[in-house]
Design a protein around this ligand. Structure first.
Ligand code: PLP
Length: 464
């Protein structure tokens, strides 16, 4: 592509992005295309000769766009948000134009040094003590995998990477049943195996891991000749937002000299508001913490903030230095690729810098506080509406509800709502009970969007 065409199409793409965001409210949130329709509309072989950009762009608008679910839609109440605040989109344009590989300090010193500073800013913003050091991972799943690998290596006296697991002791890792499946996968990939992921029973309204049961499980494993390696706790579990009592859980883990990792992928963003920090009281004693600015905070995917008490343990687990990656003649520099499983890394800190400067932490706090207030408002209204039952109360901006008439009716309500497209919701199961899951978290959401949600949910239920 020659520079003039690049200019023309870059401008067109940027303008398209602006128009797209302006018209989001009028689009159905969830894609309405039947399965296979996009695949079947795309030719089965690539073109041998160059195609016209006008045709490519037209096909994008006509073929692809209808098959997109609009994650930036103000009435996206499904899963967790994946907010990309406009200012972070702008930063990503710049990053994608430069397209640097930021694996080593010398492959882009600005990317490394800005990352170090941004992780300090984020740590301060969420109230972590300065003793933590941060790195940006691509996803919470990667951060959790890295933490589990540290647990493994630490428990195997740093021999697992070399000797493998076959002849070593049987390692055990502990968590509640409320954690995300990225924890199961980390156990698979690390070779520890999900049979060695010990599920500790939960108790109380926050469905938090029972610390006494944790202690008993660790002691029983030790007595059976097994080797406990670490504990994974959650703040804001995916299904219902459950939160472990971090102070008590970490105390038990430390009494057995176990490494602790906290998954706060979604809820961590809310910790910029001091009033929500009791949810992770005791977090400052953890060894490893992950939260995703790419969920609720507004930093475009991918951007996962991973904080470590002692990053040397991570580097000891993951660093490998062939001659072609050595950085000669530079002392005291950080090569962040030694802190993560993948070698290649995108320049992720720029969007955080743009985001925090443009909105200010207080601006971001208002967004999150509104979401929490609006979600509580909706839960209160549904609680008072005949035929509805709140299954789990709001934790931050997440709650679940059902129709008292039963599972089939609740499922039908969800399907009818999503097929209409005004709002988008997903489901979960709580102790076997099917429930509709609601979270408020879209960056552009307004008060009237929650009123619309109430109207859609109650009117659809009445119609059914
Ligand atoms: N942990 C929790 C609590 C989550 O809710 C999710 C995803 O929603 C993840 C981890 C995985 O996040 P990622 O997609 O960044 O790997």
């Amino acid at each position: 592509m020659d520079p003039l065409d690049f200019e023309k199409w870059s401008n067109r793409a940027a303008q398209w992005g602006v128009d797209y965001r302006k018209t989001l409210r009028d689009r159905p949130v969830r894609a309405q295309t039947p399965a296979g329709s996009i695949y079947n509309a795309i030719p089965s072989a690539p073109p041998e000769t160059s195609e016209d950009m006008d045709a490519i762009f037209d096909d994008f608008e006509n073929l692809i766009l209808p098959g997109m679910t609009h994650w930036q839609h103000p009435r996206f109440f499904a899963y967790f948000p994946a907010n990309a605040a406009p200012v972070s989109v702008i930063a990503e344009y710049l990053v994608s134009a430069m397209a640097a590989q930021c694996m080593l300090w010398q492959t882009s010193p600005a990317a490394t040094e800005l990352e170090t500073r941004m992780m300090e800013w984020l740590g301060t913003a969420i109230g972590l003590p300065e003793t933590f050091t941060g790195v940006i991972q691509d996803s919470a799943s990667s951060a959790t995998l890295a933490a589990v690998l540290v647990m493994r290596e630490r428990a195997l006296n740093w021999q697992g990477n070399i000797a493998g697991l076959k002849s070593g002791p049987q390692l055990r890792i502990y968590c509640s049943g409320e954690v995300h499946t990225s924890i199961d996968r980390a156990l698979w990939v690390s070779g520890i195996g999900s049979d060695n992921l010990v599920r500790i029973p939960t108790k109380g309204p926050m469905r938090s891991m029972d610390p006494a049961a944790l202690d008993a499980a660790i002691k029983s494993d030790i007595a059976a000749g097994l080797t406990p390696a670490g504990v994974i706790a959650c703040t804001g579990g995916t299904s219902t937002g459950s939160c472990d009592d971090l102070r008590a859980v970490i105390r038990v883990a430390k009494s057995h000299d176990l490494f602790t990792h906290i998954d706060a992928a979604w809820a961590g963003a809310a910790m910029i508001c001091p009033e929500f920090r009791p949810l992770w009281d005791g977090v400052e004693a953890a060894d490893s913490i992950v939260f995703n600015p790419h969920k609720w905070l507004g930093a475009q995917f991918d951007c996962s903030a991973h904080f470590l008490r002692d990053p040397d343990l991570l580097v000891k687990t993951l660093a490998i230095q062939p001659e072609y990656l050595k950085t000669h003649g530079q002392d005291g520099i950080i090569n962040y690729s030694e802190w993560s499983v993948p070698l290649g890394r995108r320049f992720r800190a720029l969007k955080l810098w743009f985001l925090m400067r443009f909105h200010g932490i207080d601006g971001l706090r208002s967004v999150i506080r509104n979401h929490v207030d609006w979600s509580v408002w909706l839960a209160d209204h549904l609680r008072e509406t005949d035929g509805f039952e709140i299954v789990t109360d709001p934790i931050l901006s997440l709650f679940s509800f059902r129709l008292t008439s039963g599972e089939a009716q609740t499922q039908a309500l969800l399907e009818t709502i999503n097929a209409d497209g005004e709002i988008y919701l997903t489901q979960t199961r709580v102790n076997g009970t099917y429930a509709i899951r609601f979270q408020a978290g879209a960056f552009d959401m307004r008060r009237d969007d929650i009123e619309k949600a109430l109207k859609v949910i109650t009117q659809t239920a009445r119609r059914l």
